[in-house]
Write a protein that binds this ligand. Structure first.
Ligand code: GH3
Ligand code: MG
Ligand code: MG
Ligand code: MG
Length: 316
């Protein structure tokens, strides 16, 4: 491949190579009020192919996190930062809960006690200057890698292996919180349980593998229709749950109706065949605090009614 010598083309090539090397790698959020110190630390980290985002104040760091930047580890100057390290750690836990990004403290003058205090407050690691670059980067990389692995396990624990949407466990962990939030805002919410009609027949006719293809297709379509706003999960077998956030009864019903029609219209290409399926949906409204299981049970009963009324319909 020949690269034309356009002005700036080599630069562009280098930055894209650089990006490819750091992408999917480690991103460090560096919090330090001193510009000189930031420049020095950033240089060290970048030489080790770590991406760095700089912040001069804790509030700026919080903004970076709020913007949804994927940060794997925070490195903070524990002596000169504008926020007490313990307070920062506390604030992080308050905002991010179990998902808190690990924080590594740095100091120049502190004694062993400042390290102990930092670790006790929930810090991941503490490094005193002067340090060897290799040790510093090694510790940063170690904390970041551990965090990435934990996040990977979290994702795996929340997702359904076949369809790659959320699983039942995630639905039952997150669902009650979402319902609480809706009720506290003075809004009701609703839960839909969707079940593919005569799925056993489809399995028996085409085989289990084609059945799996259909499940993946339905999950993909559902995800596209439901989006990120509401909570969607595979509850088990050929059954899916949707928890609606911020829709009233009529809106939720209309939404389910649209989902039903879209799924019935959608063709599933299998070998030379175009398969179609229909679904039945039970929709229950939540107006007063009750157990999450009860909401689901109510939706299940409506689903049962939809099946008995002839399938391919929404009942609420
Ligand atoms: P209904 O319209 O009343 O819902 O009938 P149905 O046949 O869809 O319901 P039934 O509960 O009798 O059968 C569900 C079938 O779903 C039985 C089971 O073999 C199949 N199934 C459950 N999990 C999976 C899976 O992961 N893959 C495949 N291919 N089939 C599955
Ligand atoms: Mg079924
Ligand atoms: Mg059934
Ligand atoms: Mg079923």
């Amino acid at each position: 491949c020949i690269i034309k010598n356009e002005p700036g083309s080599i630069d562009r090539l280098l930055t894209s190579v650089d990006r490819a090397l750091t992408n999917g790698r480690i991103t460090v959020l560096l919090v330090d009020p001193s510009k000189d110190s930031r420049t020095e630390l950033t240089g060290i980290l970048r030489r080790q192919r770590l991406s760095v985002i700089e912040a001069s104040e804790a509030s700026e760091a919080m903004q970076v996190l709020d913007q949804g930047e994927a940060i794997d580890v925070i490195v903070i100057d524990a002596e000169s930062a504008d926020m007490e390290p313990a307070a920062l750690l506390e604030e992080l836990r308050r905002r991010q809960g179990e998902d808190s990004v690990p924080v590594i403290g740095l100091c120049e003058h502190g004694d062993a006690r400042s390290a102990a205090r930092f670790i006790e407050a929930g810090g991941a690691d503490f490094i005193r200057k002067p340090f060897l670059e290799a040790e510093f980067c090694g510790r940063v990389r170690h904390a970041a890698t551990l965090q990435q692995r934990i996040q990977g396990l979290r994702r795996a624990a929340a997702s359904d292996y076949l369809t790659e949407i959320f699983n039942r466990r995630h639905f039952f962990v997150t669902g009650p919180r979402l319902v609480d939030q809706c009720l506290r805002r003075g809004e009701g919410t609703s839960i839909a349980v969707l079940d593919i009609d005569h799925f056993k027949r489809l399995n028996d006719t085409y085989g289990h593998e084609i059945g799996d293809v259909v499940l993946k297709h339905v999950a993909r379509r559902l995800k596209a229709l439901v989006g990120e706003e509401h909570l969607l999960a595979r509850l088990g077998g050929e059954e899916f749950g949707i928890l609606f956030d911020g829709l009233d009864v009529h809106q939720a019903f209309a939404f389910c109706e649209r989902v039903r029609v879209e799924l019935a219209k959608s063709k599933i290409v299998v070998d030379d065949d175009d398969l179609t399926i229909t679904v039945s949906i039970g929709l229950a409204t939540v107006e007063a605090p009750e157990s999450f299981e009860n909401y689901l049970h109510a939706a299940d009963q409506f689903l049962y009614m939809a099946k008995h009324a002839g399938r391919n319909r929404v009942m609420s």
